[in-house]
Every structure is written in structure tokens, then in C-alpha cells.
Design a protein around this ligand. Structure first.
Ligand SMILES: [Zn+2]
Length: 413
């Protein structure tokens, strides 16, 4: 029985060292994808991986691959990965933990002169967050063929800068083709970003499924009008219709609970003025549930509510579903490797459904995959105060190491 121990302190120090790149006054990280801060952390990652003896390559959308040779070069690599980009007011752990824990796994193997049977591959995916270029999980989406490459390259940010221009400006459009890199299995460690592990006092979440997501762009068309001279009964108030719909969306999600969620995240009122009845409102809706049938129902109910509310106040509400990800169950063998790894270290464990989308969900579409969660303090994420403890980060890295070694041993037989 092997007894390899990762160095939680070394991992912790690297989280804090790289956290200075784009570090904010409140202790968070602002490292938007393909920004100069992203370039700096990519440079750090490439140098670190090379120092550990890995070969580093980059594909045409900037996904980075650090390869550690195995005993049998004919075997497909077992991959680990996550992302180093953050939200505009992000934390030090979301995505970053998964990549740096992978670094720690490689360091531990090196320290102990362990040669795995299969090669190991550590991946840093481009633009997981989707806040600068929408949609999210873009690098893995392009890699797995779920998002067409030309569409990804043509995406623009709010300043009109294209993905293509941005990737060239930081020098990370690599020569490798996007996709067509065979992989045996994929493991991703991530913070839970939700409250369940902490609330129940558990250390490791064995993620069995990523819930489904649908994203909508909505518009309300009414009529701009004078706030003082337009009687209430003559108004086609887009703001009012929007507010009523927002309330209904909340009610619909609660009705389908406990796992169903719905969020109106962005609202724009182009004619916004204190003395104007708004004629136009645009907004976004994000709905999620582990069950596609529930998502169908929620979507139908939201569309019906939009029609009713618009009809009542003379506005027209349109909803365009522009991104849809079905629920993704993970691979049974990979899940078993994670579960066995958690048991080896006697961590308190529970099965989890991932509420957030992850690169692993796209990867599961083409290779057997699984995820490991560790607790998020107060369930907080996409927030500068996002926190996971040194012990929990270390436990996650330990399970990542053992899950990869379990899988490697299984495939040896
Ligand atoms: Zn993430």
C-alpha cells in the first residue's frame, strides 16, 4: 500500500503566491481571461510545470497542457485540470485550487520518485468563467467540440475586443490544434461553491452529476413616456413588466425546489431616467436543476408568465435561450476512484450534485471524468472573500493524487 502524502502547506503557499497576480485589496483576485494578469499566471504555470519536468503545450484557444511522462508511452494520459481565470471580483480558490493541486500532485510524485504507468496531463482551461467572453467553460467547450472554434474566436467583450485579438495580445494562441488530443480520464478538484459540505461537517464531496443549465436573453418592449403626464392606465411600462416577471421567476424556482434555482443577473434600461416610463428593458435569466424534465417545466412556466405579464400591461416580453447544457452524470469508474481515494484517507464524504458548470462536464462528453469538491466557507464563491481552509485544500489535493493513482493502477491490470 502506497503512502504518499501531499504537502498542504506548499499548496497553500502557491495559492497565495499566485493570488498576488491580479490580487485585490479585499483579498480576492481579479484575473479576467486573456488579460495581462491571465498572461502572468499562465507564465507562472508554464515555468512551474517545466521545472517539474513536464512538457508544456498550448492549443489554438490558449488551453495549456503540462505532460508528465509515464512508464508506458503508448498509454493515454490521465488528466487533471481546472482554470486560473477568475470573475471580476473573484476569490483565490475557484478554479485555481484544481490547477495548483495538480501541480502539488506532480511535485509529490517527483519528490517520491514515482513513475506512473500512464502519462499524466495537467490542464489549465481558457475562459472557464465566461465573464469577459460569454459563454462560460469556453476552452473546454472548444476542445471537446461542443463550441465551434470559429464562433469562439469571434466572441467579443464589452469593449469590442475579440477573443482572437485578446489571445494574440497576451501571446497565448498556441500551435496545437484545438481538440484531437486523446485522454484516458479526467479528474477535476474544485471548491464546492455551495453550503452543503460545510453545513454537514464533511471534507470531501464525491461529485456524481453536474446539473443542467439554461441561459436566456430577455427583452421587454413597451413605450417610453413622460412620467408626469402619462396616466397609469395609458402606460406600457417595460420596467414594471420586468419587475413582475422577476418576481414570478423566483416563485417558479422555489416551487420546483429544493435544487432548482433561477436568477435574473443582468438588467439594462437604455432610456433610464427618473422621469421616464421605461419603454425598453433587457435582462438575462439563468435556470438550473439536476433534471432536464424539471428545466423543461421551469422554462415553459417562465415563458407562460412572460406572456401573461406582457399582455396585462401592454408590453411584449421575448425570451431567447442562447445556451443550454443538459445535466451530466459522471463516469462510474472515475467516481469509484475518487470514492476509494477519500476512504483511503478516512475523510468524511458525501455525494454531491454540482450546482455550477465546470470544464469536467464538457470533458465527460468525450472521456470518463469525475470531480472532487472541498468545502467553501459560508458557501461563498464568485466573491473576493471566498475561502477554503488549508486542511480542506490539502485534503482535496490528497484525494486528487490518490484518485489518479487508483485509476492508473486499475488501468494497469
Ligand atoms: Zn471554477
Amino acid at each position: 500500500m502506497r503512502n504518499l502524502k501531499i504537502d498542504a502547506r506548499r499548496l497553500w503557499d502557491e495559492i497565495h503566491e499566485t493570488g498576488k497576480i491580479g490580487g485585490t485589496a479585499k483579498g480576492g483576485v481579479r484575473r479576467l481571461t486573456l488579460s495581462d494578469e491571465d498572461r502572468q499566471v499562465r507564465d507562472w504555470f508554464a515555468a512551474k510545470a517545466r521545472s517539474l519536468g513536464c512538457t508544456v503545450s498550448v492549443d489554438g484557444v490558449g488551453n495549456m497542457f503540462a505532460l508528465r511522462a509515464g512508464r508506458d508511452p503508448n498509454r493515454l494520459p490521465i488528466a487533471m485540470g481546472s482554470h486560473l481565470d477568475t470573475q471580476p471580483t473573484g476569490g483565490k480558490f475557484d478554479g485555481i485550487l484544481g490547477v495548483l493541486a495538480g501541480v502539488e500532485v506532480l511535485q509529490t510524485l517527483n519528490d517520491n520518485n514515482i513513475e506512473t504507468e500512464s502519462p499524466l496531463l495537467l490542464i489549465n482551461w481558457t475562459n472557464e468563467e465566461g465573464s469577459r467572453f460569454s459563454p462560460a467553460v469556453m476552452g473546454s467547450g472548444a476542445f471537446t467540440g461542443a463550441l465551434p472554434l470559429d464562433e469562439v474566436l469571434a466572441k467579443t467583450d464589452r469593449d469590442g475586443i475579440s477573443f482572437s485579438q485578446a489571445i494574440d495580445s497576451i501571446g497565448y494562441r498556441g500551435p496545437d490544434p484545438v481538440g484531437n488530443r486523446p485522454i484516458a480520464a479526467y479528474f477535476e478538484l474544485h471548491i464546492e461553491q455551495g453550503p452543503y459540505l460545510e453545513a454537514e461537517g464533511q471534507t470531501i464531496g464525491v461529485v456524481t452529476l453536474v446539473q443542467g443549465i439554461r441561459w436566456f436573453n430577455g427583452t421587454v418592449k413597451g413605450q417610453d413616456a413622460h412620467a408626469g403626464t402619462t396616466p397609469m392606465h395609458r402606460r406600457a411600462d417595460a420596467m414594471l413588466a420586468f419587475a413582475r416577471l422577476t418576481d414570478r421567476i423566483d416563485t417558479i424556482a422555489r416551487k420546483h425546489g429544493p435544487l432548482a434555482v433561477a436568477t435574473v443577473g443582468v438588467v439594462d434600461v437604455p432610456s433610464a431616467s427618473i422621469n421616464v416610463v421605461a419603454g425598453d428593458v433587457s435582462f438575462t435569466v439563468d435556470i438550473r436543476d439536476p433534471d432536464d424534465a424539471v428545466l423543461d417545466q421551469m422554462e415553459a412556466e417562465i415563458r407562460k408568465a412572460a406572456q401573461e405579464i406582457g399582455g396585462l400591461n401592454g408590453t411584449e416580453i421575448q425570451l431567447d435561450c442562447f445556451w443550454k447544457a443538459a445535466p451530466v452524470p459522471f463516469d462510474a469508474d472515475c467516481i469509484a476512484s475518487v470514492r476509494a481515494a477519500a476512504e483511503q484517507s478516512h475523510y468524511a464524504t458525501r455525494d454531491c450534485v454540482s450546482g455550477a458548470s465546470h470544464d469536467a462536464a464538457y470533458m465527460q462528453g468525450i472521456v470518463p471524468s469525475a470531480m472532487i469538491f472541498v468545502p467553501s466557507q459560508d458557501g461563498l464563491s464568485h466573491n473576493e472573500l471566498e475561502h477554503s481552509t488549508l486542511d480542506h485544500c490539502g485534503a482535496g489535493a490528497q484525494v486528487l493524487l490518490d484518485a489518479v493513482l487508483n485509476y492508473d493502477e486499475k488501468s494497469r491490470r
